[in-house]
Design a protein around this ligand. Sequence first.
Ligand code: 9MG
Length: 290
Amino acid sequence: MSNSAVPSTVASNPAMPGAFAGLPLDRPQIMGIVNATPDSFSDGGQFFGSSAAAIEHGLELAEQGASILDVGGESTRPGAEPVSLKEELARVLPVVEALARAGHCVSIDTRHAEVMRQAVAAGAGIINDVTALQGPGSLEAAAELQRPVILMHMQGEPQTMQQAPRYTDVVAEVAAFLKARAQACLSVGLAADQICLDVGIGFGKTLAHNLSLLKHTSQLLTLGYPLLVGASRKSFISKIDRDLPADQREAGTLAAHLAAMQAGAQIFRVHDVAAARQGFAVWQAVQYAD
Ligand code: 9MG
């Protein structure tokens, strides 16, 4: 069965828009992670040809089945230090430009309004903001740029967010936050079909919080927006299965994403695109078997 022949997995919610950024949501969409950061493309500690390597990596991910390429120049990992605006722009712009020129749908992973503006001018079609457009000028920039946005929930700041995450009811609190941020986008003139929500796995959450959010993804569907999940290689996986390093968390990533898919998520942000594509295709084929 070809992938395009597989029927919808998520058509059960009538409020769900049928597409996001021109991508049909009746099948899982894979967002491939393109880190334009020096530590992502190093050779034994020696930084080389960073933009070229990131572009090549993005092209490979598209070849493997990514329908969105998410380009980021500032690490948001727990404990990560911020980079200057100048440095972030220098890292992402050549990569965004080359991948967009090659015809790919590119999202810009940034929390800075100026990076949003310049990345969209360079060809980015989607804004992916882990701060849900709460930064100075970000909401206004998104409204002016009129590009689809991914609004993610985070408690705290990347440097300190994993120190003591606290919620009374994590699913309800994340849902309320995302609802308010979607409302803020509508109020500045973005259309409902330009909004995608993301619970922010690993961003100011304990293992138990992450698992509840994955298990209860369906509760977020009632907000009426497409849902993106990004569990790829995150540390909660190693809390469940030994202390495995990030590059050995592929199977755990797929399991988390399949659970979220079953609960209604449609877009998945991953490092390992080929594995995600195969896992999703098999899962769907079983769903629609006789
Ligand atoms: C940039 N980034 C890192 N993790 C992410 C996640 O889970 N979701 C989104 N939207 N962006 C993320």
